[in-house]
Design a protein around this ligand. Structure first.
Ligand code: HEM
Length: 447
């Protein structure tokens, strides 16, 4: 059988390839334009070189379908990510082992589990908005505030960290170390004295020690009958016999996956609602209707969340425009063929979400914020809207993120009015997570 040709494109300069050019575009929030130019020049299946690795880039819905279903593609973590969280996470295992670890997490992320998290999330969100970062403040830096909030929601709902003196100290320690170590994911992994990467590695080591302490404490409780496997994800993994090093790696990964992404979604939703008053008014109306039917201080219920259809449509539109995860990255474990081209074993395969989510043929006027597009999600063509990925690796935390987003937006919208602070233009850069300039400064006033 005659071998198909390699995809068209260029590997650019040795080692550097297109890495600096694309990273520069992402930092200038021009990544989508860069990709559009590349696809226009070479087509929907192309080759390029990224971080010194030959890479096939797929654009379009059929590429998405392929990347989510091919058994010859496995998730690939960047070297920086592996150094920060470890090499035995859910992303590093496949087949039965992957299904086993995923099931352990899903136990606490499925809709029925999320239903049980609503009360804890509600209390945590109120605690934040009543606390020093929002209450009584004239100006808020949204992204840092949202990172703090989503980190605490995750610690409370998923890891059952309490608020007593010792647990509070562990929480703050983890928060400090994670704020530092997430920066290490987006830098070149050069472990040299005085580099920012080395500082992040030190934070990662301290974070791991703190997680190891939690495992030790949970094991004692489990063995002495003070807790059960159903209590929290760490105890569950211990009861399932996962080795400690794997529990640490998975907890490190979960801690990043569970808070940074949702913080970005909330931040950009607040930004888009500020500049789209019609959508803002509809969200306010929906949330006030819910608040009107409740006693003061009565927590939100699962049923209340089901009434927040427009607010969730606005969140989905935000995920279309600014997906927190920029692209799906895989590695070919065997030679593969796609779209008439040969992709050799060992190559990276990358699928940037914007190639469908910003395609005017799929989402007319793609730069406009139109939540109505998602009022009926069945109208979206398959494999075109993929902020949570797809296939067997689809994000298992999507329901957790939905519930957390809706609870948070309910209290922000019903308690505050906001507008971008003078001097804050709402622009953002990608590292590759989107980060707004000045953390998105808003002026707030109580409603
Ligand atoms: C707006 C919020 C979120 C977005 C946009 C998001 C997006 C994603 C994406 C794109 C993937 C990769 C899928 C792939 O490679 O095919 C993923 C994987 C994952 N996410 Fe999320 N995520 C979010 C929130 C969460 C939350 C809240 C959690 C946990 C509480 C979570 C846990 C995970 C895990 C464990 C994986 C790995 C799944 C696997 O490999 O089987 N995510 N997420």
């Amino acid at each position: 059988k005659k071998m198909k040709p390699l995809p068209p494109g260029s590997f650019g300069l040795p080692l550097v390839g297109q890495t600096l050019s694309l990273l520069r575009a992402l930092h200038a929030n021009a990544g989508e334009a860069w990709l559009t130019r590349w696809v226009a020049a070479y087509g929907p299946v192309t080759r390029l070189s990224f971080f010194g690795c030959p890479t096939a880039m797929l654009a379009g819905a059929s590429g998405n379908k392929f990347i989510f279903s091919s058994a010859a593609l496995t998730p690939k973590a960047t070297a920086s990510m592996s150094r920060m969280v470890g090499r035995r996470t859910i992303r590093d295992v496949s087949g039965d082992e992957h299904r086993r670890v995923r099931a352990m997490m899903a136990q606490f992320l499925r809709p029925d589990a999320c239903r049980r998290h609503v009360a804890a999330m509600d209390a945590e969100v109120r605690r934040h908005l009543d606390g020093g970062q929002w209450h009584g403040k004239a100006t808020v830096a949204v992204m840092p505030a949202m990172k703090d909030l989503t980190f605490d929601v995750m610690c409370t709902a998923l890891f059952r960290l309490g608020r007593d003196g010792k647990s509070e100290a562990v929480r703050r320690e983890l928060s400090t170390e994670f704020q530092q170590l997430v920066k290490g994911i987006s830098v070149i992994p050069m472990d040299l004295p005085f580099t920012s990467f080395r500082k992040c590695l030190a934070a990662s080591r301290r974070g791991r020690r703190a997680v190891a302490g939690i495992i030790q404490e949970r094991r004692v409780k489990l063995e002495t009958g003070q807790s059960s496997a159903a209590d929290d994800v760490v105890t569950h993994m211990i009861a399932e016999g996962l080795p400690d090093e794997e529990i640490i790696d998975n907890v490190m990964f979960l801690m990043i996956a569970a808070h940074d992404t949702t913080a970005a979604l909330l931040t950009f939703l607040i930004r888009y609602l500020d500049t789209n008053r019609e959508a803002y008014d509809k969200v306010v109306h929906e949330q006030e209707e819910i608040a009107r039917c409740k006693e003061p201080d009565e927590p939100l219920s699962w049923e209340d969340l089901s009434k927040m259809r427009y607010t969730w449509a606005a969140a989905l539109e935000t995920l279309r425009l600014v997906p927190p995860v920029f692209s799906i990255l895989r590695k070919a474990t065997a030679d593969i063929e796609f779209g008439g081209y040969h992709i050799p074993k060992g190559w990276q395969v990358i699928q940037p979400m914007s190639t469908t989510q910003w395609d005017a043929a799929i989402f007319p006027e793609p730069g406009r914020f139109v939540p109505e597009r998602f009022e009926d999600t069945s109208a979206t063509p398959p494999f075109c809207f993929i902020p949570f990925g797809g296939g067997p690796r689809v994000c298992p935390g999507n329901e957790f993120a939905r519930v957390e987003t809706l609870v948070t937006m309910h209290y922000i919208v019903t308690r505050f009015k906001w507008k971008l602070a003078p001097g804050c233009d709402g622009s953002y850069a990608r590292f590759p997570m989107p980060y707004p300039s000045q953390g998105l400064l808003i002026d707030i006033e109580p409603r």
